[in-house]
Design a protein around this ligand. Structure first.
Ligand code: HEC
Ligand code: HEC
Length: 493
């Protein structure tokens, strides 16, 4: 079952059908339209659309002047005589006007304006073409590339336990509560589908991910809410969108997102594929607030994008599909595989690498504490959404019945808020929740129940054991990943 491929195919198809929408448009109209000329009379001459204006960039507060007639090349005039030019601006002029074929004025605010330029000849026949003017905030940074990075798996040298391996069989430490059934043995696989990571694709994705131009007012980038140093999560309980509004849920860590085998994204799995997911924050009225149509005008009008698209996809065309593919490639390149835990697994003898507490915590996690029955594989991803008993009465239904997916637990110790509503502030609280805090929700996952009546489990972990599980979670921190230059912002102020 790979819904991601289906969705990808749909996206590609949609883009292929809608390709014309990405480019400035021309509509020729004729004064005689609707009337059929008599066969003996020559066809009436009308202005003919010549060179189409490319989308233009302007800056808020800075005078703008642009010759939309392209020195007379925008239309040709078979009838002869002077052409008159007029223009309409949608959704509004944003401080611009048309004078002598020039769009001039000082843009008032960050906004994309569609200019429809009409040429009228001496007989009143008209013809039109449209293009966009994106007004950007003043002083935006530009990307600087000094190093070519490797994002593809082949060049990463992923450890063996990242290509095939079920979790090590659990060995309960002495004195631990009776072992629960063993974790499912699922090999580490991923949700890449047909969109393999390429260096040029991920590079484009990286620029997009860090570019504040992705938001309506040029203030918020993906990276504003997904911060590398925190495993690409946010420190705040709820994140601020482009106008300062707060998101309804806590931002999710993105490390190892690609290894979530069900391939659905968001806490409630509402995005069917990563390629679907990455376009949603851009259009979200609270997060980035820009339509995809306006967004493509902004990218086309930004000098460095056409080259990045050409490098990634072979031509400079900017389409929804390509934006989705590139962003998804960058997110999938965020494999975390160089933590202390990875060294321990690769050594074949974890106890020789981990401290006593970390090793005891590892054994609890994959054994009696039952954590690895849901947080599966060496990528520590969720197997499927679950209700984990946060509330007795469901507040947020999530994927239904209060079920949520968890992001990978990689780098979880760097985060400062936990769960979909960011309610916990320490990992000890999280482990304490599983130990003694589960609420008797009717939809509580069967794996978190115990006894003949299916009561919420009480793990019976001692304070020392709770701390051991926390120590283990700290071994999932991967400083190489959270400091890697290739994930950092390429923009220089
Ligand atoms: C204003 C803050 C904000 C911005 C900007 C933002 N995100 Fe998010 N992101 C969130 C929140 C909050 C969630 C969880 C939302 C939910 O589940 O309802 C999330 C979830 C995600 C997920 C799902 C992870 C998973 O494992 O299911 C991905 C992937 C993601 N964001 C990528 C991006 C990308 C790419 C961008 C830029 C195009 C972006 N985000 C912009 C806040 C933000
Ligand atoms: C029945 C499945 C299940 C089991 C067993 C389970 N978890 Fe979870 N875990 C979840 C779900 C579901 C979430 C997300 C819940 C939410 O946000 O509402 C989660 C979230 C978390 C988070 C927060 C992740 C984040 O980014 O906010 C941590 C940490 C965590 N679990 C650790 C553990 C530990 C440690 C154990 C064992 C003591 C454990 N889990 C057992 C299902 C489970």
């Amino acid at each position: 079952m790979r819904p991601s491929r289906l969705t990808l195919a749909t996206l590609v198809l949609a883009a292929a059908c809608g390709a014309a929408a990405d480019t400035p448009t021309a509509t020729g109209t004729s004064a005689s339209s609707g009337t059929t000329p008599a066969p003996s009379t020559p066809t009436a001459a009308v202005p003919v659309v010549g060179v189409i204006n490319a989308h233009q960039a302007a800056t808020v507060g800075i005078p703008f002047d642009y010759d939309a007639t392209l020195g007379g090349a925008a239309f040709t005039n078979p009838r002869g005589g002077a052409l008159r030019y007029s223009a309409t601006f949608a959704p509004n002029a944003n401080g611009l006007t048309l004078a002598n074929g020039h769009v001039t004025g000082t843009p008032l605010t960050t906004q994309v304006v569609t200019v429809t330029l009409t040429a009228t000849d001496t007989a009143g026949a008209t013809s039109s073409q449209s293009f966009g003017i994106a007004a950007f905030a003043a002083g935006l940074p530009l990307p600087a590339f000094t190093t070519a990075f490797s994002y593809t798996d082949a060049s990463l040298g992923l450890p063996a336990h990242f290509t095939v391996l079920p979790l090590a069989p659990p060995v309960p430490p002495p004195g631990a509560p009776a072992p629960l059934p063993p974790p499912p043995t699922i090999a580490v696989t991923d949700n890449t589908g047909g969109n393999a990571v390429t260096d040029a694709g991920a590079t484009l994705g990286r620029v997009l991910f860090h570019d504040v131009r992705l938001s309506a007012n040029d203030r918020v980038a993906c990276a504003s809410c997904h911060i590398q140093g925190f495993g690409f999560g946010d420190t705040a309980q709820f994140s601020h969108g482009f106008q300062g509004g707060l998101t309804g849920r806590h931002s999710m860590g993105l490390s190892n997102a690609r290894y979530y085998q069900r391939g659905h994204f968001f806490w409630d799995e509402r995005a069917n594929a990563l390629e679907d997911q990455v376009l949603q924050p851009i259009q979200n009225v609270l997060e980035m607030g820009v339509s995809l149509a306006d967004f493509k005008v902004k990218l086309a009008a930004t000098a460095y994008y056409p080259g990045l698209f050409t490098a990634a996809f072979g031509s400079s065309a900017i389409t929804d599909t390509r934006i989705a593919l590139a962003l998804a490639q960058f997110v999938r390149s965020m494999s975390s595989y160089q933590s202390k835990y990875d060294q321990a697994i690769a050594s074949g003898n974890p106890a020789s690498v981990l401290t006593n507490d970390e090793e005891a915590g590892r054994l609890l996690f994959s054994g009696p504490a039952g954590c690895a029955r849901c947080h599966v594989t060496d990528a520590q991803v969720m197997d499927a959404p679950h209700n984990d008993g946060l509330d007795a009465v469901t507040v947020d239904t999530g994927a239904g019945q209060g079920r949520f997916k968890s992001p990978s637990l990689r780098n979880v110790a760097l985060r400062t808020r936990f769960m979909h509503d960011g309610r916990f502030t320490t990992l000890a609280q999280v482990v304490g929740h599983y130990n003694t805090g589960l609420q008797p929700n009717v939809d509580l996952d069967p794996r978190l129940r115990q006894g003949p009546l299916g009561q919420p489990q009480r793990l019976g972990l001692s304070p020392v054991q709770v701390q051991q599980v926390v120590s283990f979670l700290n071994t999932l921190t991967d400083p190489t990943h959270t400091n890697a230059p290739k994930f950092k912002s390429p923009f220089v102020p």
